[in-house]
Design a protein around this ligand. Structure first.
Ligand SMILES: Nc1ncnc2c1ncn2[C@@H]1O[C@H](COP(=O)(O)OP(=O)(O)O)[C@@H](O)[C@H]1O
Ligand SMILES: [Mg+2]
Length: 320
């Protein structure tokens, strides 16, 4: 559905040049849901704008829905829905008028766009809000309306730029639910961007991590965590004999950090598969005559992945 090679965008403003996107290669298959994850300024919006033909690449090429984005922008646009960052649209319009206008924009017949609008309002929990002005909607309702607008032409491919930004966690999860439901319903391919690690982690099947205009990782969240970050185990043992603890721990574990904990020791180790390794460690300690009094495994997060790949914490950047 998408094939991009060496996609590059350099902006020149005054004396400065900004390499916003530095030669991205990416393929998205039909029906995939892909999340582009990266901090502010990473180049996510610029990438989406090139893939939707809104912005001409400085170099490289992209084929989207079968058409080259530079040579055939109209054909590309006819096959996609695009919901840009922040909300567009007339503030004082009524919800239903926004949807109908969108239908007219796509050249749909009145009976078609009216039916679609009604259908999408029901599907996206906007029923009863037909006559409300767009500006009176809540943040979550606004974004669901944006999604409805993007779906009026039943595109095979939907782009959403930071659809959940600014929403509370409940509304974010709700919107993801709707996006995945719409994708099932229409068999769509969906490409969205986010800077929220937790939602990319829990919701996305595939995460393309982008930083400083480059793709630095591309896989399922579980795979990224296995490849680029370790889980950690924390145990408390009843002995203060550090040498005995180290000797008892399985060899394939990394170096253990031991700290005094009451009359015993706290043991911290990193491992690829924490949940599986924890009982093995407890058993190894037991065999060596060491009693474990508490134990927990912490799974690596996508933040650990980002930190290990870039040396920076995306969580802190997002908060800053
Ligand atoms: N029209 C523009 N002119 C100059 N610089 C731009 C323009 N659009 C984006 N940039 C710069 O390109 C970089 C990537 O921006 P953007 O794609 O919006 O990132 P993201 O969406 O990941 O936050 C940033 O450094 C941004 O300031
Ligand atoms: Mg952006």
């Amino acid at each position: 559905m998408i094939r991009a090679r060496g996609l590059t965008k350099t902006f020149s403003r005054r004396k400065e040049t900004v390499e916003a996107v530095k030669g991205i290669d990416v393929d998205v298959a039909e029906g995939e849901l892909v999340a582009f994850l990266g901090p502010n300024g990473a180049g996510k919006s610029t990438t989406l704008r090139m893939l939707t033909s809104l912005l001409e690449p400085t170099a490289g090429e992209a084929t989207v829905a079968g058409y080259d984005v530079v040579a055939h922008p109209a054909q590309v646009r006819a096959r996609l829905g695009f919901i840009g960052q922040g909300n567009g649209g007339g503030f004082s319009y009524k919800v239903v008028d926004e949807l109908h206008n969108q239908g007219r924009f796509y050249g749909l017949a009145p009976e078609v766009y009216k039916e679609r609008a009604a259908d999408l309002m029901a599907a996206l929990e906007l029923g009863g809000l037909e006559k409300r002005s767009v500006q009176s909607l809540s943040g979550g309702q606004r974004r669901r309306l944006d999604v409805a607008l993007g779906l009026m032409n039943h595109p095979p491919l939907l782009f959403l730029d930071e659809p959940t930004t600014g929403l509370d966690p409940h509304s974010r999860a709700n919107l993801w639910g709707h996006i995945t439901a719409m994708r099932e319903r229409y068999g769509m391919t969906v490409v969205l961007t986010t800077h929220y690690l937790d939602e990319a982690d829990s919701m996305a099947e595939r995460v393309v991590v982008i930083d400083h205009g480059e793709i630095i990782a591309d896989a399922a969240p579980g795979v990224l965590k296995r490849r680029h970050a370790d889980d950690s185990l924390t145990l408390v043992v009843a002995t203060d004999d550090g040498a005995a603890v180290r000797a008892a721990l399985p060899d394939d574990l990394g170096d253990a950090e031991l700290t005094a904990h009451g009359t015993g020791l706290q043991v911290r180790v990193r491992t690829a598969q924490g949940a599986e390794e924890l009982p093995v460690v407890i058993e190894a300690l037991r065999v060596a005559g060491i009693t474990t009094t508490s134990a927990s495994a912490r799974q690596a997060s996508l933040d650990d992945v980002f930190l290990n790949l870039t040396g920076r914490s995306l969580r802190e950047e997002a908060a800053a």
